[in-house]
Design a binder for this molecule. Structure first.
Ligand SMILES: [Zn+2]
Length: 73
């Protein structure tokens, strides 16, 4: 009887290990941030993806409207 209980216990441990290893891991947030280059709007200071930027004379803006408004003083 003790051997049977040990066998069930081993099966339960194996099942839990297999289930834990199959669980998809969420990607670390640092890795995602590194993939996407960010820029800061020279007008409002908001951070946004660099590929959405509107730039003028070395300054980047979050939108065409803020490019027209220029650098906030
Ligand atoms: Zn802006």
């Amino acid at each position: 009887m003790a051997k049977f209980l040990l066998f069930v216990l081993v099966l339960a441990v194996v099942y839990l290990l297999v289930r834990a290893s199959k669980r998809p891991k969420p990607p670390p947030p640092e890795a995602k941030a590194a993939e996407e280059a960010m820029a800061q709007c020279a007008h409002c200071g908001v951070h946004f993806p660099l590929n959405e930027s509107v730039d003028e004379a070395g300054r980047v803006f979050c939108s065409e409207a803020h490019r027209r408004l220029g650098v906030k003083k």
